[in-house]
Ligand binder design. Structure first.
Ligand SMILES: C[S@@+](CC[C@H](N)C(=O)[O-])C[C@H]1O[C@@H](n2cnc3c(N)ncnc32)[C@H](O)[C@@H]1O
Length: 263
């Protein structure tokens, strides 16, 4: 199975329960950091394309902050869940890949990829293709904003096997990759055990992601006709400067086709 097919299978399988299983993820707090970057570095308009929108959590958070939102995602099941999301009325949700978005989408002030969709692109070529696709959907001065896991995060969270005990539900995870290296693919196996009457049901999935180093991101951006105009380190949802690959959980990148002055 290709890496993209594994990602599709993982999200198709988990879609109906994605929100419940990720209830502790502070998507609204993450979106607040995105909005700060769009307000500061974007062209001032409010048309936003939420790429890798999943079940629509990030899309609704942007809409609640005054944006006119279109979302799209690789997984039809995630998109179907987004379309049923209470509060998502008026948001258009489509199916498509970061590297080849649904047709007819242009004129956006910002393209966003919230909560690491870009980490599922497992080569520098794919990353560059996704950036070029985003660039083509932006107005002049528009920004592509995305977050990526740091190498420190991959090592801290996936480097040793983990287990979360939620009573009638256990989640275990471990990195199948022998070592977690810069710019390498990180394969993590998740097993979800849930009590069902007197027995337990098990759901297994693999997440195939890639660490993208700062050098790789900047190279991919340049090849896509974009420039990195700002970065922030994120610790949970709190922003730090300068971004640090070891200490912080994620790096938030702001890119634009317009060359930065003095960065
Ligand atoms: C962790 S979820 C985040 C969803 C949403 N942005 C949020 O904040 O709730 C990552 C999403 O990225 C999507 N994704 C992964 N690879 C993708 C690709 N190549 N093209 C489009 N979406 C992709 C997955 O299907 C999944 O819905």
């Amino acid at each position: 199975m290709s890496h993209a097919d594994e990602t599709l299978a993982a999200y198709e399988g988990i879609a109906p329960r994605y929100d419940e299983l990720n209830a502790r993820t502070d998507t609204a707090g993450l979106v607040d950091r995105y909005v700060e970057m769009v307000d500061r570095y974007g062209p001032g308009g409010r048309r936003l394309l939420d790429a890798g929108c999943g079940t629509g959590r990030s899309s609704v958070a942007f809409r609640d902050r005054g944006f006119e939102v279109t979302g799209y995602d690789l997984s039809p099941a995630m998109v179907a869940t987004a379309r049923r999301r209470p509060g998502a009325e008026g948001i258009r949700f489509l199916v498509g890949r970061l590297q080849s978005p649904p047709p007819g989408l242009t004129g956006f002030d910002a393209v966003t990829c919230v909560d690491m969709p870009m980490t599922y692109l497992t080569s520098e070529d794919q990353l560059s293709q996704a950036m070029a696709a985003a660039r083509d959907r932006l107005v002049k001065g528009g920004v592509l904003v995305f977050d990526l896991n740091t190498i420190g995060y991959y090592r801290r969270v996936f480097g040793t096997p983990g287990v979360a005990d939620r009573g009638d539900r256990y989640v275990t995870w471990f990195a199948e990759s022998a070592r977690i290296e810069a710019d390498a693919v990180v394969v993590t196996r998740f097993d979800l055990f849930e009590r069902s009457g007197t027995t337990w049901e098990r759901v297994s999935m693999r997440h195939v992601q890639r660490h993208h180093s700062d050098r790789t991101v900047r190279g991919a951006a340049e090849r896509a006709g974009l420039h990195v105009v700002a970065t922030r380190g994120l610790v949970e949802t709190s922003a730090r400067e300068p971004a640090d690959e070891d200490d912080h959980d994620r790096i938030l990148y702001v890119t634009s086709a317009t060359a930065p002055s003095g960065v």
